[in-house]
Design a protein around this ligand. Structure first.
Ligand code: VG1
Ligand code: CO
Length: 629
């Protein structure tokens, strides 16, 4: 193949956010938009590191990963195209709307279609930049945790190991022609690129003049196998591999599958998993059904779709509607007894929501409970935990566990990339975020299915003696016992999505200004609610990485109260339009007789203070948040 430079001009706004670059598909579809970002990444990594590299390229399968909805016909006449279970009338040069699985079927059976794929652009540019080989999950599908696992664990057919990855995902953001696409780069450790690299990528996008690409033929990524090409500077290989087997193997090395299987196949225990049509579906069947014996009917929305079935693939009480009602939460008046355990994942399968029968486990509680039980219940941790960590807005529940168990503890800014150095240095085994992210040092991303297996392990452990006879220890029992031991951190997050960006900035600036006078703050607070304690400290969170000394500023506005309550305000870094304000509200209750209250009731005074103090309604013209978790 030949490599040639292609002229290009910079695009504005290619700054990676909390987790990569996320924009509307329309934006990504502009000629050279994706190419500019990819070349800027290669340049940031430096040619020395890119030459000879082995890169993983895959994603959650969302629209534009393979521009598969728009099949451009190359046949002159094609009156009917046969799709599985249906035939669709087509016309010359037309555009046909089909799902990914249908499209892949077409690719398999009709080689006459030209499909433009995000990953194909990257494969050609990788060859153009001297990369030695690219690994692609079959059909371009790999969950984000799997990409991390593949970088760390997989050995290629020729004995090679991966040095990094492009992950094509916008995670929990909706997908489809009018929704979001995203891309991020992960490093040799398996974790997201640190700020030093993402800042450099952004600088490069502002000055880019050309990118390098190779005139490779398209590679069929639907079939497992390796293809080699010869360039002027040597060979380039594309290896397509099974999307699930490396990940399944890793999970089996961490958990006691036998004991989880006993639980899942016990008539006493019922289970439900909702992949929200994200890539987790591809793993759920393999792990929960084939390996662990769950019934196929316990899987909801487990067929990956490139538009996530039109839904919002974010596992929370608002967006995981079907699961929430199946679990007997919300407005369900079904006669059917809900399952004992339910869980959901986001688009790229790194998030998780854990539910018990008619019971919601907050993500902050979830990481605390996993940390408190890991050593007994999960073989991987049997030698003890190296330490635990949480992101700043996550509740302080984990702090209490760390203190009681005498574990090292760290508080980092929002975003999984900040946990990586701690894990690499052997300082942290388990970490979590309030945003439905939980994980461990088995990889360098949060891991949705891992979290579910961790919970199933805890349930299996607590019910070892009970599956034959005796009463089942439920999810709710485990959480209530945890509160009784450690106290409860009442917690809620209010999201104001897609508000005017200017207004959001003004609100934040106002809150920072207010911090200069605590007496004024306390006057406002007591004017709103006299039953709320005093603000004793207010600042913007700043983090100095204990390993590399790098400093991250402006990581969220904090108001800390005398009784341990906290109010935190942040702007989201993962949205693609407008601004999203996140308000995090937390209150600690140590008294075991008071840990059973309804969370929104318990937090009502603090919520009133937060909304009043920030003048939320004045600034945003919103009387209520879009999502409450
Ligand atoms: C959000 C969450 C953050 C998480 C990030 C990526 O970021 O708050 O905790 O790490 O999403 O998750 P932000 O900047 O919008 O608050 V995912 O599953 O979208 O990669
Ligand atoms: Co995600």
């Amino acid at each position: 193949f030949n490599v040639s430079p292609v002229e290009t001009t910079p695009f504005d706004g290619q700054k990676p956010g909390t987790s990569g670059l996320r924009k509307k598909v329309k934006v990504f579809k502009q000629p050279n938009y994706l190419e500019n970002f990819v070349q800027s990444t290669f340049t940031a990594l430096t040619p020395q590191k890119v030459r000879g590299a082995t890169l993983v390229v895959s994603g959650d399968g969302r629209y534009f990963s393979k521009d598969a909805i728009q099949l451009k016909f190359t046949l002159d006449v094609l009156p009917f195209l046969l799709l599985p279970n249906k035939s669709v009338p087509t016309k010359k040069g037309g555009i046909l709307n089909v799902s990914t699985s249908d499209a892949l079927f077409c690719v398999n059976h009709e080689n006459n279609f030209v499909i433009e794929h995000g990953y194909k652009i990257i494969i050609k540019m990788a060859a153009g930049n001297g990369v030695r080989r690219v690994w692609v999950g079959q059909n371009g599908l790999l969950s984000t945790p799997t990409v991390s696992a593949v970088i760390r664990e997989r050995v290629g057919v020729d004995g090679s190991r991966a040095t990094g990855a492009f992950i094509l995902t916008a995670s929990h953001n909706p997908g489809g022609p009018n929704e979001d696409f995203g891309i991020k780069y992960n490093m040799e450790s398996g974790g997201p690129a640190p700020e030093g690299i993402t800042d450099q990528i952004y600088e490069n996008t502002k000055t880019i003049k050309e990118y390098l690409t190779a005139d490779l033929p398209d590679v069929d990524i639907t079939a497992i196998g390796a293809t080699s090409f010869n360039g002027h500077d040597g060979q380039f290989d594309v290896e397509v591999f099974d999307s699930a087997s490396d990940y399944v193997k890793l999970m089996k090395s961490i958990f006691d599958f036998e004991s989880i299987q006993k639980l899942l196949t016990s008539p006493k225990f019922t289970f439900c998993y909702d992949a929200l049509h994200g890539v987790a579906g591809a793993y759920a069947k393999r792990i929960f059904v084939e390996e662990l014996g769950a019934q196929e009917s316990s899987l909801l929305n487990c067929v990956p779709k490139e538009d996530f079935g039109g839904g919002h693939p974010d596992p929370n009480l608002t967006y995981a509607k079907e699961l929430v009602s199946r679990m007997g939460l919300g407005k369900s008046n079904s006669e059917v007894e809900p399952p004992e355990f339910g869980a959901a994942a986001d688009g790229d399968a790194d998030r998780n929501m854990i539910l018990g029968k008619r019971f919601f486990v907050t993500p902050s509680d979830s990481v605390s409970i996993i940390a408190a039980n890991a050593v007994e219940a999960i073989p991987y941790f049997s030698a003890g935990l190296k330490g635990v960590a949480r992101s700043m807005p996550t509740s302080s529940g984990l702090d209490v566990v760390a203190k009681n168990l005498n574990l090292k503890f760290f508080e980092v800014p929002t975003g999984w990339k900040f946990f990586g150095n701690l894990m690499d240095a052997g300082l942290c085994s388990i970490c979590g975020e309030e945003s439905f992210g939980t994980g461990s040092d088995h990889i360098r991303e949060k891991d949705g299915i891992w979290a579910v297996l961790a919970w199933l392990s805890i349930l299996a452990y607590k019910n070892k003696e009970n599956l034959g006879g005796g009463e089942l220890v439920t999810v709710e029992d485990i959480v209530r016992n945890h509160w009784a031991t450690y106290g409860r951190h009442y917690y809620t997050r209010y999201d104001y999505e897609n508000v005017d960006a200017g207004a959001a900035k003004e609100l934040m600036a106002y809150l920072v200004k207010l911090q200069s006078s605590l007496s004024e703050v306390n006057e406002i607070v007591s004017g709103i609610r006299s039953d709320v304690s005093k603000v004793v400290h207010a600042d913007e969170f700043e983090y100095k990485d204990p390993i590399d000394g790098s400093i991250s500023k402006h990581q969220g506005i904090r108001y800390l109260f005398e009784d341990g309550s906290r109010l935190i305000f942040r702007l989201s870094g993962t949205g693609s339009e407008g601004a999203t304000i996140r308000l995090y509200i937390e209150q600690y209750e140590k008294d075991p007789s008071k840990t059973g209250r309804d969370s929104q009731d318990a937090l009502a005074p603090l919520v009133a203070v937060a909304l009043g103090l920030s003048k939320m309604q004045q600034f945003t013209a919103r009387s209520a948040p879009t999502v409450i978790t």
